[in-house]
Design a binder for this molecule. Structure first.
Ligand code: FPP
Length: 236
């Protein structure tokens, strides 16, 4: 392990990018890349638990990903369903608390049920995985703003009540500390509408490895880079 335990971030977030390129390099369909990406997720989630990371948030499907071919979208949804079925069967053993960030209403009724079952049945466990599914950072802030406006209209709040803390409490991430570290593999250097509000002070680490190839050593490298940076939160 390349990093000191007391410097392990409490919350790591990952943009799981590069599945398509991984598949293309091998002459395989894009869905094969997503299947290998799902394995990389399992590996990484297990390793995060070993390290003592308390929250892992992964970008599994964005509000923009619906633009992909029907076949690719169906393939990703199938993988998520399969993963959740397995997780539900193994719940007692893994003791992972599942949360879903995003508008689940556009998912199939079967997948929604798996998400809610996983969320409800794991509520008392301690290591938390947040799946961002049909998630967009702007969409999250718009939905939170609308929910606050509704509460104002119903007399539960005054407009002047709004603070950063209060708006945070309307986000999917309420009760979750902001991620200290956000990792994007695959060489792309964009945030792609991921955790826009929560990433205000996050350290970004961009790695050249494609997500399906991501190994514990890559997480070590990202955490080491995070530890080397001097986090000042706007102070001196
Ligand atoms: C981005 O790579 C990846 C996605 C849009 C989907 C991520 C989904 C998974 C890893 C499978 C989900 C399942 C579980 C169980 C976590 P890309 O397709 O944009 O890659 P590219 O940029 O190389 O085309």
């Amino acid at each position: 392990m390349a990093v000191k335990e007391n410097n392990i971030p409490r919350h790591i977030a990952i943009i799981m990018d590069g599945n398509g390129r991984w598949a293309k390099k091998r002459g395989l369909p894009r869905t094969a890349g997503h299947a290998a990406g799902a394995e990389a997720f399992r590996r990484t989630a297990n390793y995060c638990r070993t390290l003592g990371v308390e929250y892992l948030t992964v970008y599994a499907f964005s509000t923009e990903n619906w633009k992909r071919s029907e076949e690719e979208v169906a393939g990703i949804m199938r993988l998520l369903g399969k993963y959740l079925e397995e997780a539900l069967a193994d719940m007692e053993k893994n003791r992972v608390r599942f949360k879903f960030f995003g508008d689940l209403s556009r998912l199939s009724p079967q997948l929604q049920k798996l998400c809610y079952d996983a969320q409800n049945r794991s509520a008392d466990y301690d290591v938390q995985v947040n799946f961002c599914l049909n998630y967009g950072g702007r969409d999250e802030i718009v939905k939170a703003s609308a929910a606050f406006a509704r509460d104002v209209a119903e007399g539960k709040h005054q407009p002047e009540d709004l603070t950063e803390e209060l708006l945070s409490s309307y986000l999917y991430s309420k009760d979750v500390p902001d991620p200290e570290l956000i990792i994007r593999p695959s060489g792309e250097k964009r945030t792609s509408n991921f955790l826009l509000w929560q990433s205000a002070y996050s350290e970004y680490v961009f790695l050249n490895v494609l997500w399906p190839d991501f190994q514990p050593k890559d997480l070590d490298e990202a955490i080491s880079e995070y530890c080397r940076r001097n986090r000042r939160f706007g102070g001196v």
